[in-house]
Ligand binder design. Structure first.
Ligand SMILES: Cc1ncc(COP(=O)(O)O)c(C=O)c1O
Length: 470
């Protein structure tokens, strides 16, 4: 493709992108296709001869688009959002054009230094203590794995990295029953072993019961286990419960345990002064992750990982083959030493673009609006006698169920499961569920970039009417 041909197609594509953004609501939110539908429409062999962009786009529209779930639809209320925004998309276009490999400072000094600066901006925006330093990882799962590996190494005096796991005793990791599965995955693949992950009971509001944490740690010490890491969550996946950081931090300090905080979703709320309470006890934190790719309008992937002391992180991950030696080593941040992959994308540019084009005030306004939508939705639900709110509304998630009179718990669960499927099959909205104390719970998340009150009201009408017609 010549630069002139590229220019022509890229202009066409930008038109497609703007049209998509304008019309995203017209698509079924969750893709209606069946397993195999897309695969079976794709040819068995790749083309021998070059094909044109126009043919590619035609097939994209016909074959691929029906199999897309529209995460950017304002009627997407499922999971947690994976937001984007025009400033993020524009930056992503530059990123893929440059396609710089930002593994070390020298392979793109601007990428390394912009990343360093963006992490300072973010750190200060969410008000982590000033000694924290940050690095962009791909996902919260990777950040949490980095945290658990670093905690493992610190606890064993970097023995496992060097000598393997013999004679290091049994390490233990603690988190609540509501913790995201990425923690279990990290414990599994770090060699600590799933059976050494201790799930601490939660209280009525689904936050970690700290007394139970203390008992578990003391019990483990008595048995000769080595407490290694506690993972506290700021806004859990199921209900956005907030684990009490200060009380957890005090236990970590008393027993010299690494404190990792998973704020994948809730971290964004910390840019609002009214949510700073969630970070009370910040001085105890060793590592902290939040995902601008969830709620901060920065397209996937972009996970902000902060550590109090980068030395532990670097010591865990650094490796220095001859071909990566540079004259600037030690004077700059070579981010390949701050995580698992060597190769790194230029993700800082997206953050720069988003933060500058929204401005801090713009970000705050939008986040505050999403929180307001969740509260108003909760009020609408509370007004209906045959619906029930099932967890405190903290940020942008409302947990509820339809509770018609005269049905048993299992029947009510079944009705709500049917309701969820009917709503999602309609293509008009997309919701997902969780189970809380045995109760099938619908979760509605009002955090999509372009969601407005009218979308929430329409969705609520649809939910009510569908429920009552089951
Ligand atoms: C609390 C929490 N932590 C971690 C994750 C995993 O995020 P990622 O997809 O970035 O690995 C999620 C995903 O929803 C989450 O809700």
């Amino acid at each position: 493709m010549t630069p002139e041909e590229f220019r022509k197609h890229a202009h066409e594509l930008v038109d497609w992108m703007a049209d998509y953004m304008e019309n995203v609501e017209k698509y079924p939110v969750r893709s209606p296709v069946k397993p195999g539908d897309i695969f079976n429409r794709l040819p068995d062999d790749p083309p021998l001869n070059p094909e044109s962009f126009n043919i590619l786009m035609k097939d994209f529209e016909e074959i691929i688009m029906p199999g897309i779930t529209h995460w950017q639809s304002p009627n997407f209320f499922a999971y947690f959002p994976a937001n984007t925004s025009p400033p993020s998309v524009l930056a992503e276009m530059i990123i893929s054009t440059l396609s710089a490999q930002c593994m070390i400072w020298e392979t793109s000094p601007a990428a390394a230094e912009l990343e360093e600066k963006m992490m300072i901006w973010l750190r200060d925006l969410i008000q982590l203590p000033p000694e924290f330093e940050g690095v962009i990882q791909d996902t919260a799962s990777t950040s949490t794995l980095a945290a658990i590996l670093t905690a493992r190494e610190k606890t064993t005096d970097f023995h496992i990295n060097n000598d393997g796991a013999e004679n290091t005793g049994t390490l233990r990791v603690y988190c609540s029953e509501q913790t995201h599965s990425s923690v279990e995955k990290a414990v599994k693949i770090s060699g600590i072993g799933r059976k050494n992950m201790v799930k601490i009971q939660v209280k009525d509001d689904f936050s970690m019961d700290v007394q139970k944490l203390k008992e578990a740690v003391e019990n483990d010490k008595r048995k000769g286990f080595r407490p290694c890491c506690v993972v506290a969550t700021i806004c859990t996946t199921g209900t956005t419960a907030v684990d009490p950081l200060r009380a957890i931090g005090e236990i970590c300090a008393d027993y010299d345990i690494w404190l990792h905080v998973d704020a994948a979703m809730g971290g964004t709320a910390l840019i609002l002064p009214e949510f700073q309470w969630m970070l009370d006890g910040r001085e105890y934190i060793d590592s902290f992750v939040f995902n601008p790719h969830k709620w901060m309008f920065t397209n996937f992937d972009c996970s902000a990982y902060f550590v109090k002391n980068p030395e532990h992180l670097i010591k865990t991950f650094e490796i220095l083959p001859e071909y990566l030696k540079t004259r600037t080593r030690g004077k700059v941040n070579d981010y390949r030493d701050w995580g698992i992959p060597l190769g790194r994308r230029f993700r800082a540019l997206k953050l720069w673009s988003v933060i500058r084009m929204y401005g801090v005030k713009g970000l705050q306004e939008k986040i505050r609006y999403h929180v307001k939508l969740a509260r108003q939705l909760a009020e609408m639900i509370t007004r209906e006698k045959d619906f029930e709110i099932l967890a405190p509304v903290t940020i942008n998630v409302v947990c509820f169920r339809y509770k018609p009179e005269g049905l048993e718990m299992t029947e009510i669960n079944k009705v709500n499961e049917t309701l969820n499927h009917q709503l999602n099959d309609s293509g008009k909205i997309y919701l997902t569920h969780t189970i809380l104390n045995g109760i099938y719970t619908l979760r509605m998340v009002t955090g999509q970039t372009n969601v407005r009150m009218e979308h929430v009201e329409k969705a609520w009408d649809l939910i009510r009417n569908t429920a009552r017609s089951i």
